[in-house]
Design a protein around this ligand. Structure first.
Ligand code: GLU
Length: 473
C-alpha cells in the first residue's frame, strides 16, 4: 500500500505572508488534496529575534482567507528544541556526529586563511577524528555532523530533475550550538521526519539546504522525502520580485487592492503551474488536476494585470449579497460616513450593474458611491462642465416625464428616457450624459436606467431639482 502523502508549509514568521509563500502553501495544499493526503503547517520560529507574534497571526490570517488552513494544529518549531537536541545527541552516540571545540577565534582565523588563499570557506574538520579525551576540560563545544567526504550526493528533484553535489563541497555543519540550541538545518529535518512529511515542496532557494538536510536524514537512517524545489517568482521585468512589483503581503491583496481569495488562488496556481491553456481554474478543478509534473522549471513572472483580470472574472461570478457585504465598508470609508441600515440590500440589488466592468472591490465601491452620497452632490469637473444651460433645460423636461411614471422599473426608465430623447430630437447619449452627471456627480457610472431605478423616484427627482436650483460648476 502506498504511504499517505503528507506535505507541509513551513514559513518563518519574520514578516507577512507574502505572495510567494502563499503560492508555496497552495502547491503543498493542492498536492495533498489531490492525493488524498494531509497538509500540515509548521511555524519556523527558531530565530527568536526576528520572529514575531504579529507575523504568526498575519500568516494564519492570510492562509485562512485563502482557505489553506492545515489539517492539524500548527507545529511551532521552537517548542521542539529539546527533541532536536535529543536527535543531535543520538547522532553523537552513533558516531554520525562529533563534538567540536574550535573557538570562535580559531574559526575566524581559518576563514581568514581560506579567504586569502581564495578557497571556499568551509570548516576543515579539525575535531572530526580527534579522540574525545583530547577535549579541553569544561570548554564549550558544538555538535557537528560527520558528513561523508567522498562520493557525491544526489537528489532526484521532482521539479529540478537530477541534481548532484560532490560531498567534498559540504562541510561538517553544526547541529547543536554551544548553548545547546539546535540549528535551523537540524530542526527542519527532525520536524519533517516527526511530522511524517513525505513531500517537501518549497522555493528553489532551499535546494542547497536539501543536500545538507539529506546528510542528517542519512545519518539517522530516515527515509528521504521527495523534494520538489519550485522556481521563485520574478517581477514582470524579470528581476527578483520586490515590493515594487506587487510582492506584498496577502492582506494587501485583500484589503488595499480589493481582490477575492478565489482570484488570488487561481492566479497563484497559474504562476508556475499549467494545464494546457486553461486560465480559469476553480479550486475544485485544481485539486483534480494538480501535480508536480505541471510545475515549470523557469521562474514565473508576476503580472498584476493578469491578477486583476482574473479578479474581474471572479467578481462577475460571485454572489451579489456576498459582494455587497464586502463592498459596504469600502463605500462607507470612501464617503467617510456610516451607511444606512438597508445599504447592503441596496448594494445587492445594484451589484449586477456595479460589477459589470469592475476589476476590484474598490472599483465597485467607487461606482456605488453615488447611491449613498449626501445631497446636494459634489460634482467633479467633467460632470459640472456637462451641466450647462441647455442641459438643465433638458433635465427639466426629463424630470417632468419621470415624475409622471407610475411604476418605477428599469423598463419604465428606459421608455421615458428614450421618449425624452426622441421628443428633443437628440440621441440617447445626449440625454443620458447630463442626466448621469446630475444624478451621480460623475461622468462614469452604471447604466443610466439602473442608476435611476436604484436611486428610486424620490431621490432621483430630488437630485434633478437640486441641479435645477443650484449653481453647479
Ligand atoms: N522556513 C523556510 C522559509 O520560510 C522554509 C523552510 C522549508 O520549507 O524547508 O523560507
Amino acid at each position: 500500500m502506498n504511504k499517505q502523502v503528507v506535505t507541509r508549509f513551513a514559513p518563518s514568521p519574520t514578516g507577512f505572508l507574502h505572495i510567494g509563500g502563499a503560492r508555496t502553501a497552495l502547491f503543498n495544499w493542492l498536492f495533498a488534496r489531490h492525493h488524498g493526503g494531509k497538509f500540515l503547517l509548521r511555524i519556523e520560529d527558531t530565530d527568536r529575534v526576528r520572529s514575531t507574534e504579529e507575523a504568526v497571526a498575519a500568516i494564519f490570517d492570510g492562509l485562512e482567507w485563502l482557505g489553506l488552513g492545515g489539517d492539524e494544529p500548527a507545529v511551532f518549531q521552537f517548542e521542539r528544541s529539546a527533541r532536536h537536541a535529543e536527535v543531535a545527541n543520538q547522532m553523537l552516540a552513533s558516531g554520525h556526529a562529533y563534538r567540536c571545540y574550535a573557538t570562535p577565534e580559531e574559526l575566524a582565523e581559518l576563514r581568514e586563511q581560506q579567504r586569502a588563499a581564495r578557497q571556499p570557506m568551509r570548516y576543515d574538520g579539525r575535531w572530526r577524528d580527534r579522540d574525545p579525551s583530547e577535549a579541553p576540560e569544561g570548554a564549550p563545544f558544538v555538535i557537528r555532523l560527520k558528513a561523508p567526504r567522498e562520493g557525491e550526493s544526489v537528489i532526484e528533484d521532482a521539479v529540478q530533475g537530477r541534481v548532484v553535489v560532490q560531498n567534498a563541497e559540504l562541510d561538517d555543519m553544526i547541529l547543536l550550538r554551544s548553548d545547546g540550541t539546535p540549528t535551523y538545518m537540524l530542526a527542519v529535518v527532525v520536524d519533517d521526519h516527526d511530522m511524517g512529511v513525505t513531500h517537501v515542496i518549497r522555493g528553489d532557494d532551499h535546494l542547497n539546504n536539501a543536500f545538507r538536510q539529506l546528510g542528517i536524514i542519512n545519518a539517522m537512517g530516515w527515509e528521504e522525502p521527495v523534494y520538489a524545489h519550485i522556481p521563485l517568482i520574478h517581477g514582470s521585468d524579470g528581476a527578483k520580485l520586490s515590493k515594487r512589483h506587487g510582492a506584498l503581503g496577502v492582506d494587501a491583496y485583500r484589503d488595499e487592492m480589493g481582490m477575492l481569495p478565489e482570484a488570488v488562488l487561481n492566479y497563484l496556481l497559474r504562476l508556475g503551474w499549467g494545464h494546457g491553456d486553461e486560465e480559469i481554474i476553480s479550486i475544485a478543478r485544481a485539486i483534480e488536476l494538480f501535480d508536480i509534473s505541471g510545475v515549470g522549471r523557469s521562474p514565473s513572472r508576476f503580472d498584476i494585470k493578469k491578477l486583476e483580470n482574473l479578479n474581474g472574472h471572479y467578481l462577475r461570478e460571485a454572489d451579489d449579497a456576498r459582494l455587497a457585504a464586502l463592498v459596504a465598508p469600502r463605500v462607507a470609508a470612501r464617503l467617510g460616513k456610516s451607511l444606512p441600515a438597508d445599504a447592503e440590500t441596496l448594494l445587492t440589488q445594484a451589484m449586477a450593474s456595479l460589477k459589470l466592468r469592475a476589476k476590484t472591490l474598490n472599483e465597485i465601491a467607487e461606482g456605488a458611491e453615488f447611491l449613498f452620497k449626501n445631497c446636494p452632490l459634489d460634482f467633479d469637473e467633467k460632470a459640472s462642465a456637462l451641466l450647462d444651460d441647455s442641459a438643465r433645460a433638458l433635465l427639466a423636461s426629463t424630470a417632468d416625464a419621470l415624475s409622471a411614471v407610475p411604476f418605477w422599473t428599469v423598463e419604465a426608465m428606459e421608455d421615458v428616457i428614450r421618449r425624452v430623447a426622441e421628443d428633443a430630437g437628440l440621441g440617447l447619449g445626449k440625454v443620458a450624459q447630463p442626466l448621469r452627471a446630475a444624478l451621480t456627480g460623475r461622468t462614469v457610472s452604471p447604466g443610466i436606467f439602473d442608476v435611476l431605478f436604484l436611486l428610486g423616484k424620490e431621490e432621483s427627482l430630488g437630485r434633478l431639482t437640486d441641479v435645477r436650483h443650484a449653481s453647479v460648476g
